[in-house]
Design a protein around this ligand. Sequence first.
Ligand code: ATP
Ligand code: MG
Length: 211
Amino acid sequence: MHNHRKVRLNIGLMGGTFDPVHIGHLVTAEEARQQFALDYVIFVPTGVPPHKASGQVTSPEHRYLMVTLAVMSNPSFVVSRVEVDRKEPSYTVETVRHFAETEAPGANLFFITGADAILEILTWKDYAALMQLCTFIAVSRPGYSLDRLRETAGRHGPDLLQKVHLLEIPALAISSTFIRERVALGRTIKYLTPEPVEQYIQKHGLYLNKK
Ligand code: ATP
Ligand code: MG
């Protein structure tokens, strides 16, 4: 018998605050999964976010559970607790290194981000280390131009452009901020996030007070 199994797994990592997770995240991950033949997409909710004051963000446990509910029906989507379980804020480079060295040694790692988030990453001082560990998939997001991103990446040199793939996805002008605002205003969030997540938000009375 011939063995046609691939030797290396392609794994997507999708980091985020996910406060809460919404269909923009899910469409992004699914499109990346198909276009880049990813075996899995691992969602990595942040613990204590380094860039946002902790009091302004819903507890890691709530956010982790909402992502778990959101990915339940997709056999290729999983959730990691690696950042949620850390006491200190995690930086992307540490998390990617964790997967490269511990959880998925030998895999091709792809870090999936929106065009807004990748622009931030490209301005970090340790982005060079990150580029050694993974390839980036930067997806279009309404309000953030992929052309500007192409320019910024180009300015860092041709090496970088090889490591950043731009991916056009169906435009969804949805953000977690938008969902939190709608809940606070008593407006419906049906179809903006999977139903179990919507129910979880209701059950726990999340986002009732605008922050
Ligand atoms: P917030 O409004 O709180 O910043 P968010 O909707 O931006 O929330 P994050 O958890 O900050 O969600 O984002 C996680 C990742 O998902 C980021 O890389 C972000 O760019 C990407 N992302 C979020 N929403 C979309 C969307 N609608 N289209 C494309 N990418 C998105
Ligand atoms: Mg954001």
